[in-house]
Design a protein around this ligand. Structure first.
Ligand SMILES: NC(=O)c1ccc[n+]([C@@H]2O[C@H](COP(=O)([O-])OP(=O)(O)OC[C@H]3O[C@@H](n4cnc5c(N)ncnc54)[C@H](O)[C@@H]3O)[C@@H](O)[C@H]2O)c1
Ligand SMILES: [Zn+2]
Ligand SMILES: [Zn+2]
Length: 384
């Protein structure tokens, strides 16, 4: 089968690799029809993780079931399914509590928890930017889709990661009807957080970034765009909230946060959130931070540390939640919102391309080039 293989920093190529196949009775084999490129892939693509060359990315996957193991009860050949990026067993201590983001079985390192397809430090699982994907514990990990899943594939594929992840940011931030919410980052995840805050009834959603194309998308769903290359975003949020600050905030950027000129400051969005959110407000952090970052610009960040304004955070009595999102907690409900026409997360999609469009797409998406807001790879599409 063909897959988008990681060759080293900022290099991917489409190669023939061994076909994914059923390895255990509980596996499901999926022919991928849509696999997104994610901001999380970019941390790996840029060589800012220890992702191994020769492996392939792809954790936002949707496709058709082509084979099931003998121990699979629910999922059938021919089903169209979307697969949470978290690989989870369904029966460990964490999965039982709904924390599929920290599965203890799918992660082989006993000192760690949590697993994902095609991801650094998240187990051996192959990615879905390929023609076929092996889904372990298939009954647990596949979410079946209705007949509209071909026509609305670009909506449903967002259920593999970023729509539930954006929703999780708003859940951790406690966004409730009437709230004023600020979101740092208008990448795909920040835009999904903005959509989720709106679905949850926020009265005002403010989105901070500096890319006009991404800010326009935020405005297209009724959010207030704040361009931090033109204004101080904290001041802008305070102006919008009668000087009090937002009720809650979402961090949707991660450890490669930078100023508009491109200089990285891993603490930038965290400290701005502390200042943008009111006393006793809550912050949900889904942007990725890592325990070590040897490629970082400063000594603290190399050790995975950030100079966090903890004093102000404590003084304001704020709360914060963090970590990978437990996709399975939300994907069924969000699927039903899509099916009912009440959520249309595909508004962020800028490109759909065959697998051999991936090397070029990675270059553009990584550069946050204008107009490259979200790429969906479609392995069955004719080559470019
Ligand atoms: N927790 C999870 O489960 C989960 C899931 C998916 C993605 N993520 C993470 O979420 C983050 C965002 O993902 P994405 O796909 O939207 O990526 P992205 O890189 O496309 O988007 C990030 C956006 O943040 C903006 N930005 C950078 N520095 C900023 C700053 N200082 N202030 C305001 N905006 C700033 C960039 O201009 C960009 O538009 C990444 O770290 C990704 O790894 C986490
Ligand atoms: Zn993702
Ligand atoms: Zn588990």
């Amino acid at each position: 089968m063909k897959a988008v293989v990681y060759d080293g920093p900022r290099q991917v190529s489409v190669k023939d690799v061994p076909d994914a196949k059923i390895e255990r009775p509980t596996d499901v084999l999926v022919r991928i029809t849509a696999a997104n490129i994610c901001g999380s892939d970019l941390h790996m693509y840029e060589g800012r993780t220890d992702f191994e060359t020769g492996r392939w990315f792809g954790h936002e996957n949707l496709g058709e079931v082509v084979e099931v193991g003998s121990g699979v009860d629910k999922v059938r050949v021919g089903d169209r399914v979307v697969i949470p990026f978290n690989v989870a067993c369904g029966h460990c201590k964490n999965c039982e509590r709904g924390l599929t983001n920290y599965c203890l079985t799918a992660q082989p390192d006993p000192a760690m928890a949590g697993a994902a397809y095609g991801f650094a430090d998240m187990g051996p699982w192959a990615g879905g930017q390929a023609e076929l994907l092996r889904v372990p514990w298939g009954d647990f990990n596949c979410l079946r889709l209705g007949e509209d899943s071909v026509e609305r594939e670009n909506d449903y594929v967002m259920l593999a990661d970023i729509f539930p992840t954006g929703y999780h940011a708003t859940e951790m931030a406690g966004v409730s009807p009437g709230d004023q919410t600020v979101i740092y980052g208008a990448g795909p995840v920040g835009l999904m957080a903005a959509l989720s805050a709106t679905i949850r009834g926020a009265s005002k959603v403010m989105v901070v970034d500096r890319h006009p194309d991404r800010l326009r998308l935020a405005e297209s769903i009724g959010a207030i765009a704040i361009d931090d290359s033109k204004v101080d975003p904290v001041e802008a949020v305070l102006e919008q909230t009668m000087g009090l600050g937002a009720d809650n905030g979402c961090e949707c950027v991660g450890y490669q946060a930078h100023d508009p000129s491109g200089n990285e400051h891993a603490n930038d969005t965290l400290n701005k959130l502390v200042r943008s959110v009111r006393f006793t407000g809550t912050i949900g952090m889904v942007g990725v931070f890592v325990p070590q970052d040897p490629g970082a610009a400063d000594a603290l960040a190399k050790k995975g540390q950030v100079a966090f304004d903890f004093g102000l955070f404590w003084f304001k009595g704020q709360h914060m939640g963090s970590g990978q999102a437990p996709i399975k907690r939300y994907n069924r409900a969000l699927r039903d919102l899509i099916a009912a026409g009440k959520a249309e997360p595909s508004f962020i999609v800028s490109h759909q391309l065959p697998l051999d469009g991936a090397p070029d797409a990675y270059t553009h998406f990584d550069a946050r080039d204008d107009g490259w807001t979200k790429v969906v790879l479609k392995p069955a599409m004719a080559s470019v």
